[in-house]
Design a protein around this ligand. Structure first.
Ligand code: SUG
Length: 446
């Protein structure tokens, strides 16, 4: 039986913009109010998906969400026609309006936590959408994310879906961005690493002081319980509070794993040595590659600027691993030097492929943010909605769809234009037919 890890990338939505919504995420704040190009952003994302499919990887796509979120604006007291709602919100509560226009669901590493069937008590693949409570614009996502995941992984014989954790900062959960799975073969039992930023109930424990820790220890434990994971196969690790304060708002900005490789910055974790030892013990006597990057080779600041660790490490059909990195890594002297050397060392990583995902990078979203990893057996892959799996035909359809519906350029002022709402709904309605995921959007359900 062939087991594989499938990347499900988020398709960038038609309202992609730079609103400076994410305190603690340096790129988001630095690019606030810049003009965006939704069309370029979506095409860059599709280009990466197609390239991975062409490398022989199984690649899926997850639909974006309906924005502006008129339903939330109505819930917050704006009324009248949709156009009235947008106009009043933009005038009277501009920050709330911007939050309701964000295309942030594109970063599907934050869509959910996924545990493969080899790790779970009932032998099903488990999904829990992330509640994303720390940022209002992101907290709008989990309900529809859940529906999109169910439309993509609908077969209850293989897939189990949970409701997102309670919408409260005590259970702040950012999904797979803080979750890594180490394993020998994708279909064999693995060790799931849950990385958190703070303890919610015990305030005496270390925590960052400048920027928020979005993920709590208590949320990690709840997910492990829901997914039926065994304590023997789970490791909880705390992120180093000092790096959160330097802009590492998710663990996938400072470490990434794949199969028997954990690639991390020496400052990534708290209590590193003890935790690496626990990982090795739980992994057993099989070979694990801990690839540590020293501060001397790449500073935390440079890692955050270039997203060296927000790379995807993928296993190619020939068994070798490759790194999918943003072009910012290639443009940095220290990081490109590090990567050219890495592929010559005695580790499974043998190649680096650079991709231009600058539209997403400017909001703090690198290649790894754009994808949700789902390890599947062959039977499970057969049970996935086939219309969401990338191939030449789907790529051509989605490229045409983007070219037909997306704007070349968008400024923050354009977000209150009622025609943008109509354009966006028209596009998404057509998309649900292309992907055959059902009526997942609120405007399709009234
Ligand atoms: O949640 N940026 C996202 C980036 C998410 C990156 N994901 C991972 N690291 N996995 C965030 O901070 C910025 C939106 C704006 O400012 O317009 C934003 O939401």
């Amino acid at each position: 039986m062939k087991n594989r890890e499938v990347n499900f990338d988020g398709l960038v939505g038609p309202t992609h913009n730079y609103a400076g919504l994410s305190f603690g995420n340096v790129a988001s704040l630095n690019n606030a109010n810049a003009k965006s190009s939704p069309k370029q952003a979506a095409l860059q994302g599709l280009g990466k998906m197609k390239a991975l499919a062409d490398m022989g990887m199984a690649q899926g796509v997850l639909a974006p969400q309906e924005r502006p979120d008129i339903h939330m604006l109505r819930r917050l007291g704006f009324s009248g026609s949709d156009a009235d709602v947008l106009k009043a919100a933009a005038e009277k509560a501009p920050e709330v309006h911007l939050a309701c226009c964000s295309a942030s669901s594109m970063w599907t590493a934050n869509a959910a936590t996924v545990s493969p069937s080899a790790d779970t008590a009932d032998g099903k693949v488990h999904f829990t959408p992330a509640n994303l409570t720390n940022k209002f614009h992101r907290s709008l996502e989990p309900e529809v994310t859940g529906r999109i995941l169910q439309g993509t992984f609908s077969d209850s014989k293989h897939f189990a879906h949970h409701k997102h954790l309670p919408d409260n900062e005590h259970f702040g959960d950012e999904g797979a961005a803080n979750h890594t799975r180490l394993c020998h073969d994708y279909g064999q039992e693995g060790v799931e690493l849950f990385v958190y930023g703070r303890h919610a109930f015990d305030q005496s424990k270390p925590a960052p002081t400048k920027y928020p820790a979005r993920q709590t220890f208590e949320a990690c434990q709840a997910i492990a319980r829901l997914h039926g994971l065994s304590d023997e196969n789970v490791v909880y690790m705390q992120q180093n509070p000092a790096v959160i304060d330097q802009g590492v708002f998710h663990n996938d900005v400072i470490s990434v794993g794949n199969q028997n490789v954990l690639f991390y910055h020496e400052q990534a974790f708290f209590d590193t040595e003890a935790k690496l030892q626990e990982i090795q013990e739980k992994f057993g006597d099989r070979l694990l590659h801990f690839i540590k990057v020293s501060t001397e080779a790449v500073s935390v600041q440079e890692a955050v600027r270039t997203y060296l660790f927000n790379t995807q490490i993928i296993t190619l059909p020939n068994g070798e691993m490759a790194i999918i990195a943003p072009t910012e890594c290639e443009e940095s002297e220290s990081v490109s030097r590090y990567l050219s050397e890495l592929v010559t060392l005695d580790t499974p990583i043998k190649k680096v492929h650079y991709f231009d995902v600058k539209q997403s990078m400017r909001n703090g979203g690198g290649p790894a943010c754009l994808r949700l990893r789902v390890a599947l057996t062959e039977q499970e892959l057969d049970a996935v909605n086939p219309n969401t799996l990338m191939n030449d035909t789907l790529y051509a359809k989605l490229t045409n769809w983007v070219n037909k519906h997306y704007r070349e350029e968008l400024s923050v002022a354009d977000l209150s234009d009622p025609t943008l709402l109509i354009e966006s709904r028209t596009a998404l309605d057509e998309l649900t037919q292309i992907l055959k995921i059902g009526s997942v959007y609120p405007f399709q359900r009234v």
